[in-house]
Design a protein around this ligand. Structure first.
Ligand SMILES: *Cc1c(COP(=O)(O)O)cnc(C)c1O
Length: 432
């Protein structure tokens, strides 16, 4: 892959483009942002986020639907604020995420709480602020939730997350809807568990939920999962338990490396046709997209520190690492890497592994990339809006990067670079 990008918009990245050899996000040159704010640096496009959201909104036009941003993809307050102001709900997976939504101005009634291990304390807080729905993942959790709600004199709104046992054809670590996976309740058990839920005094059954995996790029697994879920809806309602909404999870993929996921609106045209054909078109629809709303809205800027030619491999050592960009180390994931400005004439073209400074061989960002680079140049790691900063760590006592939100020509700092003092704040020396 050459690092001299073609002019114009980059495929899959409608808000990242080349203008006179300079890479821009919206109206802002990335080289200027790196010079002003240092690296590693995350830069997000507000327009790209709203554009991705609009594709879902078009898909649901005229329907009773609620889009709940699965915030674990990127939980920075400034990002949450963009979605809260656009009227989104949120899919949360912890009490910490709940507090972030509230701090960003999100509407508690549009929050749904997913995850296999909710604690009673998290349930209590979520009930007190009045969230919209708990997506319950086991029979044991139903009993605990009913008890906690009873103690507060409330009834908790619940859906049960069902495991439709379809293969989303994605990486095994991000596949969640197959048997043998910790998520959801088995298809065969679903009706019985709904009957348990309907019998518990602290619960109010409101819906059904599923989520089959992440970075899904084909329509078929979605259509199959919808059929399986609608079979269950029929069985549950035939047993006298009515369901107000169907929550179909998230998982739609993005273009990392020429991937061709369906557009959100065309995917939903097909799913809605199926829902209508099966007579459930008047139910409220909920979805939980994460990656597809933010993934290609973000880039991570990193400076080339050293170029290190080797006998078997050449290494391009950059100042971002697996603590900033964990996806390659975790899932062997691919991110495109481009220079933000034309390389210096003295730089030579070679094939490099792009690696960070962390003391782990797993600390790589891209492998076998043809790049024309030398020390001091700035590279942009694309598709860095989802599952990067939200998974970032302090490994090797590296402070987390700063984050900027670009809105046209305006640049908002939404997270300051973390200092070493920040990192050590809660630690104590042992006193004699
Ligand atoms: C992670 C997750 C999502 C979002 O997945 P994406 O692939 O980012 O769209 C939605 N729902 C649940 C329950 C999740 O755990």
């Amino acid at each position: 892959m050459s690092n001299t990008p073609a002019a114009g918009v980059l495929p899959g990245h409608p808000f990242v483009h080349l203008r006179a050899d300079q890479l821009f996000v919206e109206e802002v040159a990335l080289s200027e942002l790196a010079a002003a704010h240092g690296t590693p640096l995350f830069v997000y496009s507000k327009g790209a986020m709203l554009n991705a959201l609009a594709a879902y909104q078009r898909g649901f036009a005229g329907r009773d639907a609620q889009i709940c941003y699965a915030m674990k993809a990127n939980s920075s307050l400034g990002v949450l604020q963009v979605f809260a102001q656009a009227g989104c709900g949120f899919d949360i997976v912890s009490g910490g995420e709940l507090e972030r939504v509230l701090a960003a101005g999100g509407d508690a009634r549009k929050i749904i709480f997913s995850g296999v291990g909710k604690t009673p304390r998290e349930m209590r807080r979520a009930l007190e602020v009045g969230i919209g729905c708990f997506n319950v993942e086991s029979e044991a959790e139903l009993h605990v939730l009913s008890r906690v709600a009873g103690e507060l004199g409330r009834r908790a709104p619940v859906s049960i997350r069902v495991n439709p046992n379809v293969d989303p054809k994605t990486h095994p670590y991000i596949s969640t809807g197959l048997k043998g996976n910790k998520f959801g309740v088995a298809h065969e058990e679903t009706l019985r568990i709904y009957q348990v839920a309907a019998s518990l005094p602290g619960l109010q059954v409101v819906g059904i939920d599923c989520h089959i995996g992440s970075q899904i790029t084909e329509v078929t697994p979605y259509l199959d999962a919808m059929d399986r879920v609608l079979d269950l809806v029929d069985a549950i309602e035939a047993a006298g338990i009515s369901l107000h909404h169907i929550d179909f999870g998230g998982g739609l993929g993005i273009d990392y490396q020429g991937d061709t996921p369906p557009a959100a609106d065309s995917l939903w045209a097909q799913l809605l046709a199926k829902i209508d054909a099966r007579g459930h078109g008047r139910k409220k629809l909920m979805i939980e997209p994460g990656r597809s709303l933010v993934g290609n809205a973000g880039v991570c800027l990193t400076e080339v520190l050293y170029v290190k030619p080797g006998e078997q491999k050449n290494f391009c050592i950059v100042d971002a690492a697996m603590n900033d960009l964990p996806r390659p180390a975790m899932y062997q994931a691919f991110h495109r890497i481009l220079p933000v400005a034309p390389p210096a004439a003295s730089a030579t073209v070679a094939c490099y592994d792009v690696v960070g400074p962390i003391c782990e061989s797993g600390d790589w960002i891209g492998r076998d990339r043809e790049l024309r680079v030398q020390g001091g140049e700035i590279l942009a790691v694309l598709s860095a809006g989802a599952y990067c900063m939200s998974m970032a760590s302090n490994y090797n006592t590296r402070g987390r990067a700063a984050e900027l939100l670009v809105d046209g020509a305006k640049v908002h700092m939404i997270r300051e670079r973390e200092s070493t003092a920040d990192q050590m704040r809660h630690e104590r020396l042992v006193l004699a």
